[in-house]
Design a protein around this ligand. Structure first.
Ligand code: PHE
Length: 344
């Protein structure tokens, strides 16, 4: 037994002098001394050759030795971890939690567009989409605006220079034409999307913005249906504490046409800058689909009637959140954008 204990002491100084520069050194130490074929296992195996009355003492010494090796291993491991690595930088501590990733949020225009769409979906409207680069027929002619019609000037248009027949759509009414041409009736759709107009950029206007337009065509659709649908929409969108009015208006694609106003949410109708001191703000255009449109798209205007409406998402968003400058929506300043959470 004495011999064995001497052997252990001999190893102790060897172990004490062991230096680990890298994690691999500490691992080599573990294999050499603590591994399945390592020294500790080997000396433990000697236990069976020790006389019975010495087993207790020998066992104790062996245990101490094992603890000593294990402690040294822990020391080497942490030393190897914090020592500068080859590139001179401290080794990263892989057990630390990572840097948090900033959470993104939805753009206010997306939030409000989704909210508008979901209100109409509850009434049975489906979503239809179409191309942003449109031909003259779908953007103008089919909508009762033949070439040289003065109403084309209502919307300043971007033309594609290669061909006068192609435009950046000025409204999503073009999608309604595409749906009507499919000839599947009845039609009950909303068309959300980006539209373009050649306007000088200011706090109130931009060269692109977003719309949600709607179309309902079936037998016996009346102006009363239009009003009820839009009443429901504004109440869901803004709550119940305001007044609504319809004003006669003009659009080439609807007859009769109207614009819908709500009493100003900012001043409660008493007059402020937002409502230009009228107490009212316009929120959408609407009307009964002009029979020429139905015929242009191959729908029997004697049998079917319909209503259509269209609104700007930016305008609704500005009213809802009392935002005074349209340009904020496209400047991508996160301080502005992160203030909006899912609209209720
Ligand atoms: N297309 C019209 C616009 O962009 C809005 C509208 C749609 C008006 C449908 C009436 C009916 O201004």
């Amino acid at each position: 037994m004495e011999q064995l204990l001497q052997k252990i002491d001999g190893f102790k100084s060897e172990i004490n002098n062991f230096i680990a520069d890298k994690a691999e050194d500490a691992e080599a130490f573990r294999i050499k001394y603590l591994g399945t074929k390592g020294l500790v296992k080997e000396v433990m195996g000697e236990m069976k050759n020790v006389a019975a009355e010495q087993k207790r003492e020998f066992g104790q010494r062996l245990n101490e030795f094992k603890l000593f090796v294990e402690a040294k291993y822990e020391e080497l491991k942490s030393a190897a971890g914090t020592e500068p690595s080859e590139n001179g930088l401290p080794k990263p501590d892989l057990s630390l939690p990572g840097d948090p990733l900033p959470m993104g949020s939805r753009h206010p225009i997306s939030l409000v567009r989704n909210q508008i769409v979901s209100i109409f979906q509850r009434l049975g409207f489906a979503v239809a989409e179409g191309p942003e680069i449109e031909d003259d027929w779908h953007n103008f002619t089919a909508l009762n605006m033949p070439e040289n019609h003065t109403a084309r000037d209502m919307q300043d248009t971007f033309y594609i220079s290669q061909s006068p027949d192609w435009v950046l759509r000025t409204h999503t009414s073009s999608v309604q034409v595409r749906e009507m041409e499919k000839g599947k009736l009845p039609i009950r759709i909303v068309c959300p999307g980006r539209v373009y107009r050649n306007e000088t950029i200011s706090a109130r206007a931009h060269c692109f913005f977003h719309q949600v337009e709607g179309l309902y065509i079936a037998e016996n659709v009346s102006f009363a249906d239009l009003k009820q649908t839009l009443y429901f929409f504004v109440q869901e969108m803004f709550g119940k504490d305001f007044k609504v009015r319809f004003r006669p208006s003009y659009f080439p694609f609807t007859e009769p046409s109207a614009e819908m106003d709500i009493s100003c949410l900012i001043c409660d109708g008493s007059g402020c800058n937002v409502c230009k001191h009228t107490g009212w703000v316009e929120i959408l255009g609407c009307g009964m689909v002009h029979p020429n449109l139905l015929e242009n798209c191959g729908i029997d205007s004697k049998k079917y009637t319909g209503f259509a409406f269209g609104m700007g998402v930016e305008r609704i968003t500005m009213l809802k959140y009392q935002i005074k400058d349209l340009r904020l929506f496209s400047e991508n300043d996160v301080r502005f954008l992160k203030q909006f959470t899912a609209a209720t």
